[in-house]
Design a protein around this ligand. Structure first.
Ligand code: AKB
Length: 317
């Protein structure tokens, strides 16, 4: 990786991934790609180059790749699971037609491509505990359908054209910089904001509903380490299970209450979010990622909670 384009650089993952890559690869070598209406601001804008990179416009992507001599593309453009259910056509257009555009540019201009998949690529018929790397993937959400297709299309471009496509299946990502929007796992971010603001948290997911989650620094490390990995060690490519923690709402609530004893939580279940959460795994088996490229998370629920509370107290003061 020398010259990198992040498509979706102002989103939850993109905003922090861009800054981390700039730290590691040099500010001038990492281009923040955005769509009009979601322009980079503050440090993201000031620290390095940015360009309009609308995933639905293949020619525009091609010209940014050419102008900045891009060799690696992080394609983070997608609608999350809940919002994709209300806009299925747009979810397909961004997730799959957009991916096609990116893969074609990559094929023509010799770029490596990272396009994340998700725990949402699994469905109710997938084994739910210690979900294996290679298993049944028959999701019934549009988000899941686009994520399985992402994995297949990325493998197709690798096998047919030799495009260096690699990806992980992200769990719910918890961060304190840019909030997520329209996901099923968003409650695990929102709960920290409520705790720090001194508000009662209304949880949309039922007690006992387990889902894999990950702290942002581990997610960034996964995305970068995989793209830096020796390709001869990779048996899998699209996409690797990665895991660091799995919990239900009660467990994260108790973890926060250890530090904020007066914090209160009540439940008001959102039927769509609950249906999606019930169809997703309780926990993933990430053995292949550990063996093939040395994946190892740094944070667990307790260390993430301490860091989240400290950072949010600072941010919201
Ligand atoms: C969502 O909830 O839609 C995402 C995901 C797990 O992919 N955070």
């Amino acid at each position: 990786m020398e010259h990198i384009l992040i498509i979706g650089a102002t989103g939850q993952i993109g905003s922090e991934l861009t800054m981390e890559l700039r730290k590691r690869y040099g500010n001038a070598n990492v281009v923040a790609g955005y769509i009009p209406g979601a322009e980079p601001k503050g440090e993201l804008k000031e620290s390095g180059p940015s360009a309009i990179a609308d995933v639905t416009d293949g020619e525009a992507i091609a010209s940014v790749v050419k102008e900045y001599h891009i060799d690696t593309i992080y394609n983070l453009a997608a609608l999350l699971s809940v919002v994709a259910e209300s806009k299925p056509k747009l979810a397909w257009k961004i997730g799959i037609d957009g991916l096609w555009n990116v893969l074609e540019v990559a094929r023509e201009q010799g770029c490596a491509v990272f396009t994340p998949s998700s725990i949402g690529s699994f469905g109710a018929s997938t084994p739910h505990t210690k979900t294996p790397q290679d298993t049944i993937q028959r999701p019934r959400t549009m988000y899941g359908v686009t994520k399985v297709t992402t994995e297949l299309l990325s493998d197709y471009y690798f096998n047919k054209y030799g495009v260096d496509t690699r990806a992980v299946r992200f769990p719910g990502i918890i961060s304190n910089v840019t909030p997520p929007g329209g996901g099923t796992t968003d409650y695990a971010v929102d709960i920290y904001y409520s705790a720090v603001k001194g508000e009662k948290f209304v949880c949309p997911i039922k007690q006992g509903t387990l889902m894999d989650m990950m702290y942002m620094p581990d997610a960034l490390n996964a995305a970068i380490t995989l793209m830096e990995a020796d390709p001869t060690r990779l048996i899998h490519r699209n996409a690797f299970n990665i895991a660091s923690m799995s919990f239900d709402p009660e467990t994260i609530y108790q973890a926060i209450r250890k530090h904020v004893p007066q914090f209160e939580m009540i439940y008001d279940i959102d039927p769509l979010k609950q249906r999606i959460a019930d169809s997703w795994p309780d926990s993933l088996d990430d053995t292949c990622a550990r063996e093939e490229w040395g994946w190892k998370p740094a944070y667990d629920l307790e260390s993430m909670t301490v860091d989240m509370l400290e950072k949010l107290r600072e941010k919201l003061k």
